[in-house]
Write a protein that binds this ligand. Structure first.
Ligand SMILES: NC(=O)c1ccc[n+]([C@@H]2O[C@H](COP(=O)([O-])OP(=O)(O)OC[C@H]3O[C@@H](n4cnc5c(N)ncnc54)[C@H](O)[C@@H]3O)[C@@H](O)[C@H]2O)c1
Length: 461
């Protein structure tokens, strides 16, 4: 069964004409929608999972590159956290990581740097409660799954998975082991996103019908930087092999929380289209020379991808991905309701009835921000800004994670969110390869979304 499923998914992802629509239609809920089979449940639902409270959250951190080193420095300021073990395939990074911790007057963590699989030994340690992964994408699911199987909670950088098979593996393992698996979607904790969630819960925008999110970030310099990461230009390799939206969760996470995705509503299907790929080849030619392997290489990832998702309750989400074009950074973050709207990029703005045809004045906007400031930013926003990490959102995320684990509370983002938000990586690829045909989004909650309440306005005290 497993091999058949794998073959099926591989065929679907490749969009091979002979096998494509005829096969898909046999699974279709609607004659025009591609639907992929879901595996059987082996464990128990982890919706609302609450585990034994931890006195201190003892963390094993895997991956000490750009993100991991920042994370290590930040975790030193998070209440109730101790980093007991660190791992990277590059031994110097482990040495450097140990120094960061001891320079702060903390106990030296145990280091692992003995090859590609030494992170497994970190996962086995009895003084690790949470395995925190800042590795390249293809390691996120293997590390999380292995960690849960060792009885650990796990938190992983985004996206948590790069294929549907991995999404289901995360869900099934969390259900079998009854461990937390959180994807570290930090943008859910940025200040404007927290405020719009608070406003949405208080129905300031009326019923929200449409939202937009994006990852628009010119990363050509990083993709083609040969010095980055031991995995060697792993972002570029992914752009070579995949189309669609490979990095959907920064734009999607905050609006999925606003809509109550997996908690009262569910993503039904999506359609996705991409432009041709032009920008990466051009950049490689200019920077590395027309005869360089990078310039001669074919890349599947279109410069711009646009995905539109419809929910079962008739709401729409537009997601965009562009890491190639020379343009300013944007996650859009727009919510549009029956009484008004908000958007974050290019400038934070709100428009409300009865004058919704124009943006609020700066004075009125600032008053709204103050009136609807989220409790999390009131409680630790100032400290977060000082510690840093994307302006503070990373610190708020880690602090809330630590708080929930120490109180034995369910996490704000569970394994179903991790799987659903990450599933867009492969689903968008399938749709792109089939002329933007609609693809059904699997119900990773297996029905639990119906009776689950949307995430509330959470605090840390
Ligand atoms: N949430 C955010 O805002 C944000 C920001 C930046 C990066 N990220 C994510 O963080 C992750 C890491 O990104 P990065 O920019 O730090 O990449 P990076 O390449 O700089 O770092 C990855 C690290 O993992 C190590 N590594 C690779 N294989 C390993 C293995 N088998 N065992 C142990 N260590 C291994 C590498 O040596 C490297 O130090 C990615 O998933 C990325 O998407 C998230």
């Amino acid at each position: 069964m497993k091999t058949n499923r794998r073959n099926f998914l591989r065929t679907a992802a490749a969009g091979i004409a002979a096998a494509s629509l005829a096969d898909f239609k046999s699974f279709a809920s609607s004659p025009n929608s591609i639907r992929l089979p879901s595996p059987e449940r082996k464990g128990r639902s982890v919706m609302g999972l609450a585990c034994e409270p931890l006195k201190t959250v003892r963390i094993g951190l895997v991956g000490l590159g750009m993100r991991g080193m920042d994370t290590l420095g930040r975790l030193l300021y998070v209440d109730g956290v101790e980093v007991t073990a660190i791992c990277d395939v590059i031994p110097e990074r482990v040495v450097q990581g140990k120094k960061v911790v001891t320079d702060a007057g903390r106990k030296e963590p145990v280091g692992y740097s003995n090859g590609e699989e030494d992170w497994m030994n970190l996962c086995k340690r009895s003084d690790v409660d949470l395995v925190y992964s800042c590795t390249p994408w293809l390691l996120h699911t293997p590390v999380s799954v292995y960690a849960m199987k060792q009885g650990k909670h796990t938190a992983t950088e985004v996206p948590a998975a790069t294929s549907l098979e991995e999404c289901w593996e995360l869900v099934n393992t969390a259900e079998e082991t009854q461990r937390h698996c959180m994807m570290l979607e930090n943008c859910c904790y940025d200040f404007f996103e927290l405020n719009t969630l608070n406003m949405a819960r208080q129905e300031v925008f009326g019923e929200i019908m449409h939202a937009e999110g994006a990852y628009i970030h010119d990363l050509r310099w990083l993709k083609f930087d040969k010095e980055q990461g031991s995995a060697g230009m792993w972002r570029l390799k992914f752009s070579r092999d995949h189309n669609g939206n490979p990095y959907p969760t920064h734009g999607l996470g905050p609006v999925a929380q606003i809509f109550g995705i997996n908690r009262g509503d569910r993503m039904d299907y999506l359609n996705s289209i991409s432009t041709n790929q032009v920008g990466m080849s051009l950049y490689a030619k200019e920077k590395l020379g027309p005869d360089s392997p990078e310039a001669r290489q074919t890349y599947l990832l279109g410069d711009m991808n646009t995905t539109v998702i419809r929910t079962l309750k008739g709401k729409t989400i537009m997601l965009q991905h562009d890491t190639t074009s020379p343009r300013p950074y944007s996650r859009i973050h727009m919510v549009v309701g029956t009484k008004g709207m908000a958007r974050k990029y290019p400038e934070q703005q709100i428009a409300l009835e009865p004058k919704a045809h124009e943006w609020l004045s700066k004075e009125d906007f600032d008053k709204m921000m103050a009136d609807y400031e989220h409790p999390l930013s009131k409680q630790i926003g100032e400290k977060a800004k000082k510690v840093g990490g994307h302006g503070g959102m990373d610190f708020i995320m880690d602090s809330r994670l630590s708080y929930c684990l120490r109180k034995g509370l369910p996490l704000d983002q569970d394994v179903y969110d991790a799987a659903t938000w990450s599933s867009i990586v492969e689903l968008s690829n399938i749709s792109v390869n089939n002329r933007g045909n609609s693809v059904d989004v699997p119900d990773f909650t297996r029905g639990a979304w119906v009776d689950t309440k949307p995430l509330g306005i959470v605090t840390i005290e």
